[in-house]
Design a protein around this ligand. Structure first.
Ligand code: ASP
Length: 456
């Protein structure tokens, strides 16, 4: 039994949904289909989830949002027309949206989650309706009925352990099951969404729940590539990589698979295959527990922007018991999570995602560090990129850092931070954002310059 998840671009139009239907009928093992909301049809297009966020926000601030509602309904209408479906399904979708808008708005997080989740929910209904119209035995599954239980944190749901047992029962239902991605229900019955891009997470949870043999994640590229194809010309395709490698690459900007989606599959040893809806014959990339890494210890190079660093210096910091804890407590009090803490004997840097830092939070943090920790110096620097070199084989191979730093010197890139050691599968370099693309290109040349298919 397989779970196949189809991302936003795979279900963005009638033409795409036709491809999905043929992928489903090609393999009777594809039992559960997890779908996203309709995504972008081209670069200028807007995802339905973004249209829905605008709809919810306008409704909250102005008390009505007719144009925004019409924009959402219009997307489904175009799809339904293209699939030659009766208008019944559009009436269902429109009244569903109106019902969600008419709900209690006192808890804005809860209200917005219900609006956002309608993107996947209505798309799942529409796709099930279409499959049935084509004579395929199919049914829409409501995540509440299926028992996809999650914690009650709007926009940041975490699956609850009992969900897996509930989902196992899906195996008994007949036909193809069309399951909406991106949300579940709290034990009290409140709809809660996962973080953005969370349909991958639903797919992984459902795959773990039904104990699938394979979790297929259909997107719009043939495979995961060793570097971002927008930065590096024609990077090699990765054929096999481990959960840990994928986790590190997704963390640093490989958006092809959500980093939180790996855990359920990994814990239940379900292999994940990234495949292309537009080219389903391509073999894709397999994510598995172990792989051989005989020839190239590095599997990929990723880079992500938008990091800040809080630099702190204090003479004899290394001997001050509790310094690190007190520093991190100040950051914790702002509700901010950190990413890395490279440290020396008298100084340390706390690296965090910049979008968490407001001007006020910055001032409070600097003042508290000065007052409470009596440091010699503290300042915040912005606009860093983290470049990650990832590969299971690296910790057993000599000379990787030397090759990487030499490549960065060749690219004339100054290294602001290096973090090796804690992770066995990655080496992290902090550089200024403006240097990131050059750095990735030179590193790619260093580790994959001679690459041929046999390296992977
Ligand atoms: N539609 C949601 C989003 O755009 C979830 C997903 O597509 O995975 O974030």
């Amino acid at each position: 039994m397989k779970v196949a998840k189809f991302g936003g671009t795979s279900v963005a139009s009638a033409e795409q949904i036709r491809k999905v239907a043929s992928v489903i009928t090609d393999d009777p093992e594809r039992k559960v289909i997890v779908v996203s909301a309709p995504g972008k049809r081209n670069d200028e297009d807007t995802k339905v989830t973004d249209l829905l966020i605008k709809l919810g926000e306008t409704y909250l601030s102005e008390g009505s949002a007719d144009a925004e509602l019409a924009a959402v309904v219009d997307r489904y209408e175009q799809i339904a027309k293209g699939l030659e479906l009766s208008s019944e399904i559009i009436d269902t979708i429109e009244s569903d949206l109106k019902e969600r808008l008419a709900a209690d708005t006192s808890n804005e997080g809860k209200f917005m989650d219900a609006i956002k989740a309608s993107g996947e929910d209505n798309n799942a209904k529409l796709i099930a309706f279409y499959l049935e119209s084509k004579g395929i035995e199919a049914q829409y599954v409501n995540p509440r009925d299926a028992g996809l239980l999650v914690s009650d944190e709007p926009g940041n749901a975490q699956v609850l352990p009992e969900a897996y047992e509930n989902l196992f029962k899906l195996r008994e239902r007949p036909g193809v099951l069309v399951f909406p991605g991106f949300f579940g229900y709290s034990p009290e019955g409140t709809l809660v969404t996962f973080p953005r891009g969370g349909s991958d997470i639903t797919g992984s949870i459902v795959a773990a729940g039904i104990k699938a043999d394979l979790y297929e994640n259909f997107t719009d590229v043939d495979s995961v590539y060793a570097a971002n194809p927008k930065v590096v010309d024609g990077p090699v395709e990765i054929k096999r990589l481990t959960y840990r490698e994928m986790r590190e690459l997704s963390y640093a900007g490989f958006s092809v698979f959500h980093d939180e989606a790996l855990i359920p599959a990994f814990r239940n040893s379900i292999p994940v295959c990234i495949k292309n809806t537009n080219n389903p014959q391509a073999r894709g990339t397999m994510i598995i527990a172990e792989r051989e890494y005989m020839l190239n210890p590095v599997i990929g190079i990723a880079s992500d922007d938008g990091f800040s660093t809080i630099y702190v210096r204090k003479y004899l910091m290394n001997r001050e018991v509790g310094f690190g804890r007190r520093l991190l407590e100040i950051i914790e009090d702002e509700g901010i999570s950190y990413e890395h803490i490279p440290s020396g004997i008298d100084d340390t840097s706390v690296i965090l995602r910049q979008d968490q830092l407001t001007d006020e939070a910055e001032h409070r943090i600097i003042n508290r560090i000065n007052d409470e920790l009596e440091v010699d110096d503290v300042y915040i620097e912005k606009d860093f990129a983290m470049i990650m070199i990832v590969g299971e084989g690296m910790h057993n191979t000599k000379g990787i850092s030397a090759r990487a730093t030499t490549a960065l010197a060749r690219a004339d890139v100054n290294i602001e931070m290096i973090n090796q050691g804690s992770s066995e599968v990655s080496l992290v370099f902090g550089v200024h954002e403006k240097d990131a693309d050059n750095a990735v290109r030179e590193l790619y040349d260093e580790f994959f310059g001679e690459a041929d298919e046999s390296l992977q």
